[in-house]
Ligand binder design. Structure first.
Ligand code: RIB
Length: 312
């Protein structure tokens, strides 16, 4: 379907978490106790956030993953359904808690996250094998690393054997990341993850180019390193270029990268123009950063287009 603008089909295999969000005036120092200004439970998880982003940007989205049999499991699946994400491949896991993320948010919108895998850790390669049909009938598959790496590898193998485009957000970067994971159509780390994988700190244009080239040489066909307020550094067979960010008033950066990946996947599968897809993703990321929370912060297609078309 590449090149047309029919509704793309996107499968997202990844984590589904409840985010426990504490707003505080500063991050606590080791050995100290601070008082939070507020506490909220907000649906999140890198996989589920990307699914919501892609659905709101106009795709038909299937979520592949696991939740626990606790109260959060039902709330998380129900929330995805409300955003139009198909959850028929979200499995309930007996005697298991749903994934959780403890998020501390400071007044500048920066966060600090501790992730507890819960049921996400039970999403096996065998589960993914049972979902072969939905993966292979999609235009693109989105993956992150909050589920077992063997499962991510299995999904990549199932997708690539059917020529389905694979987009990997390599977050969080584990110790000893297997290099086969990098052989995807597009990898989209943030600057910290790019440094963790390549050993190159991404502080300048030259360093972004070196890190992106290194990921390209490791087998990624396209590389998009997100650089926050600076934009996204894109590298492929045409070389490297910076696609600038849209200005935004930052409220909460949680899931801005997920908004980027989901929206980019939609535009790329619809129009096959990666530079423009990155701009579209940058607009989605800017909208998400201007709002509180993970899934509630995702922009609609018309909101993203409004910002994206405002600077042409
Ligand atoms: O990318 C943001 C997400 O990371 C949060 O929603 C949290 O669940 C963690 O997985």
């Amino acid at each position: 379907m590449q090149g047309s603008s029919r509704q793309p089909k996107i499968a997202v295999a990844g984590s589904i978490n409840m985010d426990l969000v504490l707003r505080c005036s500063q991050f606590p120092k080791p050995g100290t106790t601070i008082v939070a200004q507020s506490y909220d439970e907000i649906s999140g998880g890198k996989g589920a956030n990307q699914a919501v982003s892609a659905a709101k940007a106009g795709a038909q989205v299937s979520m592949l993953g696991r939740v626990g049999d606790d109260a959060f499991g039902g709330r998380l699946a129900g929330g995805l359904n409300k955003h139009g994400v198909d959850c028929s491949h979200v499995l309930a896991t007996p005697n298991c808690e749903s994934g959780l993320a403890m998020i501390m948010l400071d007044p500048t919108g920066q966060n600090s996250i501790i992730f507890v895998e819960g049921a996400n850790g039970q999403f096996t390669p065998e589960d993914a094998g049972q979902m072969r049909d939905v993966i292979q009938s999609s235009d693109a598959v989105l993956l992150q690393l909050e589920i077992p790496l063997e499962t991510v590898l299995e999904v990549i193998q199932i997708a690539t054997s059917a020529n389905v485009r694979v987009i990997l957000d390599p977050a969080p970067v584990p110790e000893g990341l297997p290099e086969e994971l990098l052989k995807v159509d597009l990898i989209c780390p943030n600057e910290h993850e790019a440094e963790q994988i390549t050993g190159i700190a991404v502080d300048s244009h030259e360093q972004a180019l070196a890190a992106a080239e290194s990921l390209y040489k490791k087998g990624a066909k396209h590389v998009a390193i997100t650089l926050g307020s600076r934009g996204t550094f894109l590298f492929d067979h045409n070389g490297g270029r910076l696609i600038p960010a849209f200005e935004t008033k930052v409220v909460d950066t949680t899931a801005a990268g997920d908004a980027f990946a989901g929206a980019l996947a939609v535009y790329w599968t619809q129009h096959d123009d990666l530079d423009e897809a990155v701009r579209f993703g940058n607009a989605a990321g800017a909208i998400a950063a201007s709002r509180m929370g993970a899934q509630p912060s995702m922009g609609t297609r018309s909101e993203i287009e409004g910002l994206w078309k405002s600077i042409k």
